[in-house]
Design a protein around this ligand. Structure first.
Ligand code: SAH
Ligand code: F3S
Length: 481
């Protein structure tokens, strides 16, 4: 009797194992920057060839992957909280495996396995092609770690599986890593050296998206203006390139032209631009093509020259203002957005006032604003004391956010009475009877659905606004359809 039970249990285990192998369910959750969301689509593609189908339902997952962010301490704490939730699920589902991907994986390495018992696998941003092997390891009951960084990997040969897609807008990564070493930033440590992706593979991916009905792509990199393709490898090694490689090299402006010309009706966006690397050539290229959107995300971080220097941002306040002036001269209605950090070490009240006055000068359309969070291993953490009290950081941040809200309203009000071309992306979050889309300058527009469908370019008359949203009525399809 005892033997019989044993055999049937074994049989059931085998059956279970086989059915799991044939159609295992992968649940991926992404945190942080757009690049992480884009990377998760690469991961889904790599694991699809191993028989994993993605699911939106955590409860049916066999493998849970969390693509993590380390940019601020809070981002990491959120992930750790989420891991507790997976732990609770695993209690009723012992075969569930959990992997941590992305920046936290890279930063904490195998330490994560010790600190978070639920974690079976730790995979850094350059090691995703090793996932099939790593999954076999965890299937065999062993923990698996690969956090090797690469000087070449761009995943240019992987066709991403679009996750949570509206079928209209997509991310396309063009560079990986960052060589800039801003002193507050953990990204150069977690994502490694900067590499550019072969322009032909970028154009090919955008073409495939167009053929599937997509209407807008956002070209992604930590620092897109630094894009440089001369046959692969690190940008810093460009000096060693052959004469031919130097002559045929493709910079970011060239890449924009290539994509804009290959797909003249595809809307093209890009993010993020670092002011120190952005050239006017790029701005002129934006102006030359109707399908390149008039929006630049141009993080400034601080308006104080002293703080910019301490952050290793290699431009001054005046240089930044001159760049803004040039952008506005070349593209008069260009949307401009910011990232600002409140309370960087040694920041005085005067430095803070410099940030507010710079904001007043630019009047950004919108921005992402945070208090400084010390990240272990960065130059700022090693050399500077995190000396601005938390309450002061918070108060300065509130002032920055309040001012930004006023500027956003100033910008949205300028649209009143105008007709804007909007690409419909989704139903409005607030009302199912309304569409949500964006203008070229990246401002959100909400309007009644009428007979239009997702993916239509619609001319919308702007009737009302809040600081974040334009409200209007469609007046017809635009000629771009
Ligand atoms: N070039 C990147 C920037 C990455 S980090 C990109 O593509 O977005 C995004 C923003 O996070 C930065 O611009 C900065 O404003 C903010 N940030 C980075 N490190 C931070 C830190 N230690 N504390 C607070 N904010 C930080
Ligand atoms: Fe970070 Fe500066 Fe690069 S903010 S991502 S080190 S441009």
């Amino acid at each position: 009797m005892e033997k019989l039970i044993d055999e049937s249990v074994q049989g059931a285990a085998l059956l279970l194992d086989k059915s799991i192998k044939n159609s295992r369910k992968l649940y991926i959750e992404s945190y942080g920057c757009q690049m992480n969301f884009s990377d998760s689509e690469i991961v889904a593609s790599i694991l699809a060839s191993e028989g994993f189908n993605t699911t939106d339902r955590l409860e049916e997952a066999d493998l849970v992957l969390v693509n993590t962010c380390s940019i601020r301490e809070k981002a990491e704490l959120n992930v750790r909280k989420r891991l507790e939730k997976f732990n609770a699920i695993k209690k009723n589902k012992p075969h569930l495996k959990v992997g941590v991907l992305g920046c936290m994986a890279e930063r904490l390495k195998s330490q994560l396995l010790e600190e978070e018992k639920i974690v079976d696998m730790v995979v850094g941003p350059d090691a995703y092609k090793d996932l099939p092997n790593l999954v076999r390891e965890i299937d065999a009951g062993r923990n698996a770690v690969n956090v090797l960084l690469s000087k070449e990997e761009t995943y240019g040969d992987i066709a991403p599986i679009r996750l949570h897609s509206n079928g209209v807008t997509a991310f396309v990564s063009i560079t990986r890593g960052c060589d800039n070493m801003c002193t507050f930033c953990v990204v150069p440590f977690t994502r490694g050296r900067e590499r550019s992706r072969d322009p032909q593979s970028i154009v090919q991916e955008v073409k495939e998206l167009w053929n599937k009905g997509f209407k807008e792509v956002t070209l992604l990199g930590q620092n897109v203006d630094s894009y440089l393709w001369y046959g692969g490898g690190l940008k810093k090694d460009f000096d060693k390139a052959t004469e031919i490689q130097k002559v045929t090299a493709v910079d970011f402006s060239d890449l924009l032209s290539l994509v804009a010309e290959a797909l003249p009706k595809m809307r093209i966006r890009f993010s993020t631009s670092n002011p120190q690397d952005m050239t006017l050539k790029v701005v002129h290229t934006m102006a030359a093509y109707r399908n390149i959107c008039n929006h630049i995300h141009l993080p400034v971080q601080s308006g104080s020259d002293r703080i910019l220097k301490a952050m290793n941002r290699l431009h001054t306040r005046v240089e930044y203002m001159t760049l803004i002036e040039n952008i506005r001269n070349i593209i008069p209605n260009c949307g401009i957005s910011q990232d600002i950090i409140a309370g960087f070490p040694t920041e005085t009240e005067e430095d803070h006032q410099d940030t507010l006055s710079l904001m007043d000068h630019v009047k950004y359309d919108f921005g992402f604003m945070f208090t400084y969070s010390e990240r272990p291993g960065t130059m700022a953490a090693r050399k500077l004391e995190d000396d601005v009290p938390e309450a002061v950081k918070k108060r300065r941040l509130e002032e920055i956010i309040a001012l930004q809200r006023r500027h956003s309203l100033y910008r949205t009000k300028k649209y009143l009475g105008k007709i804007e071309e909007v690409l419909i992306e989704n139903s409005s979050k607030k009302s199912d009877a309304q569409w949500m889309g964006r203008t070229s300058a990246n401002t959100v527009v909400v309007f009644p659905k009428e007979g239009y469908v997702i993916g239509d370019f619609v001319n919308v008359k702007i009737m009302d606004c809040t600081s974040a949203t334009l409200l209007g009525n469609a007046v017809g399809l635009s000629e771009n359809n």
